[in-house]
Design a protein around this ligand. Structure first.
Ligand code: ASP
Length: 589
């Protein structure tokens, strides 16, 4: 694709019509095509050289590209002067409100350090999060691929012992549009001291290995939805880049091995055998064409992540809380799939709707003469929903639905049906309030004969019914059993519903909105020094939930953990707080 614009205009001028295919802006505006917005986070020491490499690699299709060069601000470059960087590069702060069709993060000379030891690691983590929400497809090269695999999936890098340098032959391992048109075997340059082991990558359900070799490991992998691409090598390298690195290392006295399969007969005095450029060019063009251009929305602002957001009972306990919940949902258009609990306590002495329903059931079943008490509890349920709906000025059909559901509860002796009606009605009310569609959990979540979730059927139905549907509200806490009756999870089980929906939809994020600031070091009502834990692993959350922390149901960890979907626990009453982010941070979590 011609490059029509870049933050580094000097460089474009220098290379005009030489190696980087460019078209003037005037001509670009007369082509009826939206230019793709690509960001390059350049972490390589020789920034200018890398810019040229990548621009050449990217400029080879008929599509138009606008480039932003991005740098970290927490690190001063040793080899590139600050004036050049400030003139041509933007920092994360400057781009954080932009959306990009594609983002490339390059390699970096920091392989010898643990990721957390790197001075710009925090900034990089922000960039990885940014890639999830503001970028259609991200391409991570060499060290950045190892860093991203560690950040997103907890895969550790491994030291190779000696540098893997040279041009290696790879075979295609799985069908993908990224490698379309490549021969079964192709060559790709490598230059690194660390690797991701193939066996470790294969353990991650969200990863596909696209090209590999016995000799040089995995060359290309991607996430299942193909929005993250990880390339371990440097297809963008020029003819002499590996040679220059070899000479540099020689002069440093490192005693490097001769780059393999690079010089004719592996003799540095012979010519360089260029065998990777056509494959590399095809891979970059395929990325730009298939993974970016053919998929990214025409309106770049629509690049989005799929967020499933679950709101607990305290977030929906009365109409004021409904209003806060509505603001939160509407403040981010990615929040398209909402799961709700029944109205919780409005104050300490209050009774949760599910508890009221539970006593309706108990009193009925025990056939106590205290019919009055049962009627009272049911009356309270009716009043609660009526009050919320009146305050929210909801249309009359909502009131009819509330009355009808209360009658259904009267007529039923089925516990799970009765106690699930809190979620059912709350989802109906919130859907009417938001103008969203109500989809019943009994159409999405199925239990088998043994009472466990029938995963195959459940995930199939979720994919079928929800993937094309946006702006829906789903009641938490229940599904349908083997005989077609309503069946609930354990108390607190709306968390499980949300987690299952997030997994079924391959969401990018599962938000769990509650009334505390996230996972805390202690119960804040007992210990005023309790603080929020900003990040933790699924394993740590599971352990805390099993040990009695009430903030999240332990059975709700597994669905999101299996699919490596990050979970954020946040406070409906303080929506700008970041809460706790739970994700795969260490291997085997
Ligand atoms: N409303 C149900 C309960 O109180 C389920 C939930 O809130 O998650 O247990």
């Amino acid at each position: 694709m011609p490059i029509i614009n870049s933050t580094n205009t000097d460089l474009l001028k220098e290379f005009y019509d030489k190696d980087i295919f460019q078209i003037p802006e005037l001509r670009a505006t007369t082509q009826d095509i939206r230019p793709l917005k690509i960001g390059i986070v350049n972490l390589m020491p020789n920034k200018k050289e890398t810019e040229i490499h990548l621009m050449k690699a990217l400029s080879n299709t008929p599509l138009q590209i606008e480039l932003d060069l991005i740098r970290t601000k927490s690190r001063k470059s040793k080899y590139t002067d600050m004036e050049y960087l400030t003139k041509n590069y933007k920092t994360l702060n400057e781009i954080k409100n932009n959306k990009y069709d594609g983002l490339i993060i390059t390699g970096a000379p920091v392989e010898h350090l643990e990721f957390e030891e790197i001075d710009y690691w925090d900034e990089l983590k922000e960039l990885f999060e940014f890639a999830r929400t503001h970028v259609y497809s991200s391409l991570f090269i060499c060290w950045a691929s190892q860093a991203a695999l560690y950040y997103y999936y907890g895969v550790q890098k491994r030291n190779l012992g000696s540098k893997l340098s040279g041009v290696f032959e790879y075979e295609l391992a799985e069908d993908s549009k990224l490698t379309r048109g490549l021969d079964d075997n192709f060559f790709y340059p490598q230059s690194r001291n660390t690797e991701n082991e193939e066996a470790e990558l294969r353990k991650v359900p969200d990863l596909k290995i696209l090209a590999r070799s016995d000799e040089a490991g995995v060359c290309i992998s991607s996430s299942v939805d193909e929005r993250f691409v990880f390339i371990s090598g440097h297809g963008e390298y020029d003819t002499d880049t590996l040679y220059n690195e070899y000479i540099r290392d020689l002069s440093k006295g490192i005693n490097p091995s001769i780059p393999r399969n690079y010089f004719k007969n592996d003799d540095p005095s012979n010519r360089i055998l260029v065998r990777w450029k056509s494959s590399a060019s095809l891979i970059f063009s395929n990325w730009i064409n298939y993974f970016v251009y053919q998929q990214t929305p025409y309106q770049i602002e629509k690049i989005e992540q799929k967020v499933v957001a679950k709101f607990g009972g305290s977030s929906l306990s009365d109409s004021a809380q409904f209003a806060k919940t509505k603001d939160i949902i509407l403040s981010d258009k990615n929040r398209t799939h909402i799961v709700v609990s029944a109205p919780g306590k409005r104050h300490d002495e209050d009774i949760k709707v599910t508890d009221l329903l539970e006593s309706c059931y108990e009193l009925k079943i025990k056939q106590l003469e205290i019919e009055k008490q049962r009627k009272k509890a049911l009356g309270q349920v009716y009043e609660r929903f009526k009050e919320i709906s009146e305050n929210l000025k909801l249309p009359s059909h909502v009131f009819s639905l509330i009355s009808k559901t209360v009658e259904d509860i009267e007529d039923s002796i089925h516990r799970d049906f009765i106690i699930s009606r809190g979620e059912y009605l709350n989802a109906q009310v919130l859907a009417a309030h938001l103008g969203y569609r109500f989809i019943d959990a009994s159409e999405l979540i199925f239990f088998d004969e043994t009472g466990l979730v029938d995963e195959a059927k459940t995930y199939l139905e979720i994919q079928k019914k929800l993937n094309k549907e946006e702006f829906v509200v789903i009641p938490g806490f229940y599904g349908k059993d083997f005989n077609g009756n309503i069946k609930t999870f354990e108390r607190g089980g709306s968390d499980i519903t949300g987690s299952i929906i997030a997994r079924g939809m391959s969401a990018d994020l599962y938000e769990n909105w509650t009334d505390v600031d996230g996972v805390m070091t202690d119960d804040p009502r007992i210990n005023e020094n309790a603080v929020t834990i900003s990040e933790m692993s699924y394993e740590q959350l599971l352990e805390m939930s099993r040990n009695g922390a009430k903030v999240y149901h332990p059975d709700a960890v597994n669905p999101v953990a299996t699919a490596s979907i990050p979970l954020r626990i946040c406070n409906t009453n303080k929506p700008s707080n970041l809460g706790t982010l739970i994700q795969k941070t260490k291997h085997n979590n």
